[in-house]
Design a protein. Structure first.
Length: 269
């Protein structure tokens, strides 16, 4: 009887001990599993939050251009209507504004001054006629693609469907006794093109931080290229024409303290 009692007590202790070990071990594992699940959920939420920020950074800039009584106003907003004020300095300026008339025989490279968050203004008289403006900026965190803004000044005139540009037979141009000769490496679309300019480099001065600037438009002024030199000290530029057609090229060089604009018309096959 005594032996049976002792055996029963030992058996009971073994059962209780085994249950205790099982409870501690498996509950601990269960608790640990719940913790891991929670951490994974938190990590996923944090990742999702970061993704939302990325979507904000990938938004678009909306531009507003107004010309009124000799004053140009440019306003920059994001998709939520907030002013876009975080711009990179691009060749010494926050904003480059190119304005051409419908015939592409008037060309202006302007730099409106910042007057507030996402707001730029400039006094500039324009003759009556139809124009297109190109607002050239580099936002820090938002996507932006330069597209033409059509506007008119004064009396409405019939707009031409195209300008019937004729390719230049000579790429030697002279203004104020200064000559600029352009050499084009290729006239084929979708191929890299090098534009090399022969100018009097003894009088050539840095203009907006470079040896020169080149702006290119197709004859309908809906394809825009703003090209900077391959290096800051030589008037050599590299670009590409995506489509065949007629293009007008404006090359800007500063010599003896004056900026001169030499224009050329090329045909791309």
């Amino acid at each position: 009887m005594k032996k049976w009692s002792i055996s029963a007590i030992v058996y009971l202790l073994v059962v209780i001990g085994g249950y205790t070990v099982y409870d501690v071990y498996f509950n601990k594992e269960a608790d640990h599993g719940e913790t891991n699940t929670h951490e994974a959920s938190t990590s996923a939420e944090e990742h999702g939050h970061g993704h939302e920020e990325g979507e904000v950074k990938a938004g678009e800039v909306k531009t507003t251009f107004v010309y009124n009584e000799g004053k140009i106003t440019v306003v920059l907003n994001d998709e939520n209507g907030n002013p876009v004020d975080d711009l990179k300095v691009n060749h010494e300026k926050l904003l480059h504004l190119i304005v051409v008339n419908e015939h592409l025989d008037q060309y202006l490279h302007l730099h409106p001054e910042k007057v507030g968050e996402g707001r730029f203004e400039l006094k500039q008289e324009l003759k009556d006629g139809a124009y297109k403006a190109f607002i050239d900026i580099k936002p820090e965190k938002l996507n932006y693609h330069v597209t033409p803004v059509a506007f008119s000044v004064g009396k409405q005139q019939d707009a031409h469907s195209h300008n019937n540009l004729n390719a230049d037979q000579s790429f030697v141009k002279t203004i104020d006794g200064k000559t600029a000769e352009m050499e084009v490496s290729s006239f084929e679309a979708k191929n890299p093109v090098t534009l090399t300019f022969k100018v009097d480099e003894s009088s050539l001065e840095p203009y907006l931080g470079a040896a020169g600037h080149v702006v290119i438009l197709n004859e309908t002024a809906d394809q825009y290229l703003h090209v900077h030199p391959l290096n800051e000290n030589e008037p050599v530029f590299e670009t590409q024409f995506d489509q065949p057609g007629m293009y007008k090229i404006w090359a800007e060089f500063k010599q003896d303290g004056k900026v001169r604009v030499f224009s050329y018309v090329v045909e791309v096959k």
